[in-house]
Ligand binder design. Structure first.
Ligand code: SAM
Length: 312
């Protein structure tokens, strides 16, 4: 199976020309498996000792404490360990781990995860908050909501309050309430495409990208309303399309730009690209240049991240 032609044509216009061929190849093979210690239940050294006893060969990911990689061939064995059953480790792609780490929630803060299921990032938020403060996790899809609740329980999260509701309504219901908000937005998941998995591309179309962009704009406005002055908002997607990344941010800045700034992001690897300055007829606000587009490799999924601060 091959990637949709329209997707490839667009991607060629988005990513740096010299990296296009390498990036296209990353869709053909399974990524290395990465996982992290759940610090609510264990520590890096305890988990390392436990996995070593069980004969699992892992490698540390140097730039994130308590994060490891293994070959995709060993994934099944990892999911059969006591540590996995006991919720002491969580399998997650590196780009997904980076978003909550960059948002950097502190213990005792009031934090909102506005599109939370299945909860991989909520778990990191809870760990960073040491299970203190108030963590709201919102998810409207019933099935995904219950998966989120199960995950939080299994991983020992006790500071989360879960809401099966539409994130677009939260800003009006809870204005100026949160110190930090993560909006890991519903997206067309282009960075999760796999040429060996037909289902991964089957829902994609340019129409879908544009529809999703409208939802993302409304979720961003809702997040803005829910954010306290001085609070931080992290917007992320696992799509490449500017309609889902730069455009919703542009829309937000056009409405509330006088009260927002973006913050520069420094990532410890070089497979990153600055956001686009324009796409089609749109010319993007200079502040969006602080965001980053993570380019996929054999280990890390493509991702887009922007960190904003609401001015006091
Ligand atoms: N942050 C999650 C994690 O790390 O596990 C992944 C979130 S996923 C990219 C986006 C989620 O947004 C999906 O679970 C989807 O059901 C949810 N979603 C869709 N429409 C939504 C809406 N109107 N408000 C809030 N969440 C929505």
């Amino acid at each position: 199976m091959s990637l949709p032609e329209a997707f490839k044509e667009r991607l060629e216009k988005i990513v740096p020309h010299e990296r296009f061929d390498t990036i296209i190849k990353t869709f053909d093979a399974p990524k290395q498996v990465t996982f992290r210690v759940n610090t609510l239940k264990s520590t890096a050294s305890e988990l390392e000792a436990e996995l070593t006893r069980e004969g699992i060969a892992f490698e540390r990911v140097g730039w994130l404490e308590g994060v490891y990689r293994i070959s995709p061939d060993d994934k099944l064995r990892l999911t059969q360990t006591e540590a996995f059953y006991g919720g002491r480790l969580y399998i997650q792609n590196l780009s997904s781990m980076i978003a909550p780490v960059l948002l950097d929630p502190k213990p005792d803060e009031t934090v909102l995860d506005l599109a939370a299921a299945p909860g991989g990032k909520t778990l990191i938020l809870a760990s960073m908050m040491h299970n203190t403060g108030w963590l709201s996790a919102v998810e409207p899809s019933r099935e995904r909501f219950f998966r989120l609740c199960d995950n939080l329980k299994h991983q020992g999260v006790t500071n989360a309050h879960t809401y099966m509701t539409d994130g677009r309504s939260v800003g009006k219901k809870c204005p100026l309430m949160f110190d930090r908000i993560l909006l890991d937005a519903p997206c067309s998941s282009e960075a999760r495409f796999k040429t060996f998995d037909e289902k991964s591309t089957s829902y994609w179309s340019i129409h879908k990208v544009k529809e999703t962009s409208k939802l993302q704009r409304r979720l961003l406005l809702s997040a803005y309303d829910a954010l306290k002055p001085g609070g931080k908002l992290l917007y992320s997607t696992c799509s490449f399309s500017p309609e889902e990344n730069e455009s919703p941010l542009q829309h937000l800045l056009e409405r509330h730009g006088d009260h927002l700034k973006t913050l520069p992001l420094i990532l410890p690897f070089d497979n990153v690209q600055k956001p686009l300055t324009r796409w089609g007829k749109e010319v993007y606000d200079e502040r969006i240049r602080n965001a980053v587009r993570i380019l996929p490799t054999d280990t890390i999924d493509g991702f887009f991240i922007c960190l904003l601060e609401k001015l006091p």
